[in-house]
Write a protein that binds this ligand. Structure first.
Ligand code: FNR
Length: 413
């Protein structure tokens, strides 16, 4: 943080706004209407998204004084690996709507900082390419559990081969939430073939597509496109000319998109299915999207290695409990047996301290770094995470805390 301050004293402006609201506003101005709706938008009337942020305001820190905090250490251990700060890049799909370099730029940002990157199942770039950009920097793979077992197995196999250090199974998206802003724009990115690069690059998935493409269509000619579909196409043409060209040139994408929509996620998934994943990989299995302590208990019964308390940034259940409010109950039930992480609503370093004080081992950050990416590519995403990290470090210093272990409930009013 001293580098950031010194640069400021010398009159250098940061790459992206430091103030979270200004960052968001700048990204709003820069992004296309559809990209903004997709990234900033949440489910329904956006109430849980708002509640996520508000929940942090209801907790207050009580700083201690006259502690020697000259030497500070923000590092923390997760699954046997020491990471420099309890901050992860949350898995975010469809980044091609935000920046041309998408996941590759985000991965470069994570690598520069040494913070773990969670590669999304909905990535815009095949995971192998993202992993190459990450080099040896830590990364986890986030799985949407496909309806097709072969696709699940293949994704996990590929993730292991890329050096992923954990598999994060996202459990809150077995059906897509009621995304009002996307719906109003006639924009469901997946239906437009965006964010499906993990699938189209996957051998098991390609076999499914080929099978479908070989099956003659029944039921006469394809239906006429709706006005909303035409608007979406125009938007893709404007923002992703390459993508449109690809779609028009090859007969496969339509079958690929349809196949994707068929197999994207399995709503019949239950606890027993986790055994299959366990039999396929020895990597730590982390469940993302847990909010109820009873589910935390079931997760422990099923030998899960970690949890992420999350409501997907309010994008799934409008009216779901704020993520930070769900955290203490889960932490209490888990009682230190596995690490509990949290996301949804983290906007700065002081938020991170509060989450850790309530028992989280680390936090995932979502939209803020995506806004940085929209504004300044890899440099922007890096700058945003650096700002969160710097504020975390300063807040620790100002609260009389020298290491992450020293952050506990005693720091809260
Ligand atoms: C997400 N999130 C998400 N989660 C996941 O497991 N797989 C994914 O592909 C995505 N994709 C995605 C796209 C976009 C545009 C957003 C904003 C979010 C959810 C993400 O990992 C995280 O849970 C939330 O973003 C956290 O909330 P905040 O930090 O955005 O408030």
């Amino acid at each position: 943080q001293s580098r950031i301050y010194r640069a400021g004293v010398l009159g250098h402006r940061p790459d992206v706004p430091v103030e979270p609201e200004a960052l968001e506003a700048a990204a709003h101005r820069r992004m296309s209407r559809t990209a903004w709706a997709y990234v900033a938008g949440s489910a329904g009337r956006q109430r849980t998204a708002q509640a996520n942020v508000d929940a942090f305001d209801r907790h207050r820190l009580v700083p201690r004084v006259l502690v020697d905090v000259e030497e500070r250490d923000t590092s923390v251990e997760l699954f046997g690996r020491r990471i420099p700060a309890p901050l992860l890049f949350a898995p975010v799909g469809v980044l091609e709507t935000v920046h041309r370099e998408a996941d590759v730029a985000a991965a470069r940002a994570a690598r520069t900082l040494g913070l773990p990157f969670v590669v999304s199942s909905q990535g815009s770039v095949p995971m192998e390419r993202t992993a190459a950009e990450l080099g040896g920097s830590p990364h986890w793979f986030q799985l949407y559990w496909s309806k097709d077992d072969d696709v699940v197995d293949s994704f996990v196999e590929r993730a292991v081969a890329t050096g992923a250090e954990a598999v994060v199974v996202t459990l809150d998206t077995h059906v897509l939430g009621w995304r009002t802003r996307d719906l109003d724009l006639g924009y469901l990115p997946f239906a437009r073939g965006l964010g499906i690069a993990q699938y189209t690059s996957d051998p098991a998935f390609r076999r499914l597509v080929e099978r479908r493409a070989a099956t003659p269509r029944s039921g006469g000619p394809a239906p006429r496109p709706t006005p909303a579909a035409v608007r979406a196409l125009v938007s893709i043409a404007r923002h992703h000319p390459g993508r449109l060209r690809d779609n028009l040139r090859s007969p496969l994408p339509r079958a690929a998109v349809e196949t994707f929509l068929d197999v994207f996620s399995r709503s019949t998934l239950t606890w027993d299915d986790l055994a299959r994943l366990r039999s396929r990989t020895s990597l730590p299995i982390v469940l993302k999207g847990v909010q109820d302590p009873r589910d935390a208990a079931l997760a422990l019964d099923h030998g899960v290695d970690g949890l992420v308390v999350s409501n997907h940034g309010g994008r799934q259940v409008d009216g779901a409990v704020a993520s930070l409010d769900a955290l203490p109950g889960v932490v209490e039930r888990v009682d230190g047996r596995v690490p509990v992480l949290v996301d949804s609503g983290v906007r700065g370093g002081a938020d991170v301290v509060k989450a850790l004080a309530l028992g989280a081992r680390a936090v995932l950050v979502g939209r803020p770094w995506v806004y940085g990416l929209a504004l300044a590519g890899a440099d922007g995403a890096r700058a945003v995470m650096e700002h969160v990290w710097a504020e975390l470090d300063l807040t620790m210093a100002l609260c009389g805390v020298r290491s992450i272990d020293e952050i506990g409930p005693g720091l809260l009013a």
